[in-house]
Design a protein around this ligand. Structure first.
Ligand code: PMP
Length: 358
């Protein structure tokens, strides 16, 4: 039975990439060593990380005055690193409270001594829409943190808020490479790899040169300057995860790059939202203008029916459509490597399930 994994991350990967890993695993490019055994100081790995960076720069059109850094520690670690590196003038950052991950970013920033001002929140509407900034924010913030795609709540910024001269820091974890943004609009972008860039263990930071700190008191492992100077090899980087990211980037390029990825994600999510909007059983609670292309949230309003649906879906090979434990209901993650056929199968299943409820 063909299986489709709608999990939010770690998530489905391109089949071709898995096949390539399988091929490479015993002996990487005839070296007689597995990629798992190769030194990060070797020529082989230098080539792998160098090519991954080059391909990422090309795909995202990253300008030369930005660093691309490879971290471990997940995006959560960047909730600490970003304020430490960028929060140096005012020790004060602004936040748009669009849901769980934005809230977490605020909590971590406070833990390292930042004042955090929530400029707008959509908590009252259960995060079914994006928060809107009503007036121009003050200049006296080191940056404004936004979550471009809210993985749990299923909202996304397709247009960035107008923040005047403020530096924007974007947590792009769940629509990185899945939707197009202009890197120039951000001072920093952070993204965990385990959704659209491969496997867990790698986090990408893209940061503008003028924001790199000269603070020698920062812990080295959180210091963007240290990582930039050492080409992300201050210590042993996550070699395997970077190798996988390299393969995923090649795959994205071969498929037509970000224009094509966004187009496909648009088509897939439209198909599902369109079904949900016409259904009498299901509801997609997020307002239309703010809907995520990569994480589609839906509910029936009846927990027992939800549970029944989730287990029936699993028995048909439609896996991991359970919503996040914080919000319940269902969520289908439609990252780059989820094929249209997977979404067609899901819609077909939901349609039949609905008929059987009558
Ligand atoms: N931000 C967003 C938008 C996420 O979806 C996640 C994880 N799903 C995180 C941050 C945290 O990432 P990590 O688990 O890699 O620390």
């Amino acid at each position: 039975m063909e299986v489709y994994n709608f999990g939010a991350g770690p998530a489905t990967m391109p089949k071709q990439v898995i096949q390539q890993i399988r091929k490479d695993l015993p002996s990487y490019q005839g070296s007689g060593m597995s990629i798992m055994e190769i030194s990060h100081r070797s020529k082989i790995f230098e080539e792998i990380i160098g090519t991954a960076e080059k391909d990422l720069r090309e795909l995202l059109k990253i300008p030369n005055n930005y660093q691309v850094l490879f971290f471990q520690g997940g995006c959560t670690q960047q909730f600490t690193a970003a304020p430490l590196n960028l929060g140096k003038k005012y020790h004060r950052i602004a936040l748009l409270d669009s849901g769980h991950w934005a809230t977490r970013a605020g909590i971590e920033a406070r833990l390292v001594g930042m004042d955090v001002d929530v400029l707008a929140s959509s908590k009252e509407s259960n995060y079914t829409k994006l928060p809107i900034i009503k007036k121009k924010p003050a200049d006296t913030y080191d940056y404004l943190h936004i979550t471009t795609n809210n993985t749990i709540e299923g909202t996304a910024y397709s247009k960035l808020p107008d923040v005047g001269k403020l530096t924007l820091v974007g947590d792009m974890s769940s629509n990185f490479l899945g939707q197009q943004y202009n890197i120039n609009d951000f001072g920093e972008v952070m993204a965990g790899a385990q959704k659209n860039l491969g496997i867990a263990g790698l986090t990408i930071v893209i940061v503008r040169n003028d924001l790199l700190s000269n603070n020698e008191n920062l812990p080295s492992m959180l210091d963007y300057q240290v990582f930039a100077k050492n080409k992300s090899m201050f210590n042993t980087p996550p070699v395997f995860a970077i190798y996988v990211a390299g393969l995923v980037l090649k795959w994205v390029k071969s498929q037509g790059g970000l224009v094509e990825m966004e187009k496909r994600n648009q088509t897939k999510s439209n198909l599902l939202y369109d079904f949900l909007d016409h259904s009498e059983l299901f509801t997609a609670p997020v307002i239309k203008s703010d809907r995520s292309l990569t994480n589609v949230v839906f509910i029936t309003g009846n927990q027992k029916v939800d549970q029944d649906l989730i287990s029936q879906a699993a028995s048909k090979g439609l896996l991991n459509i359970k919503g996040h434990r914080l919000v319940g209901g269902m969520r289908a993650s439609l990252y780059n490597s989820m094929p249209l056929t997977g979404v067609e199968r899901l819609v077909d299943f939901l349609e039949k399930f609905e008929k059987n409820q009558r």
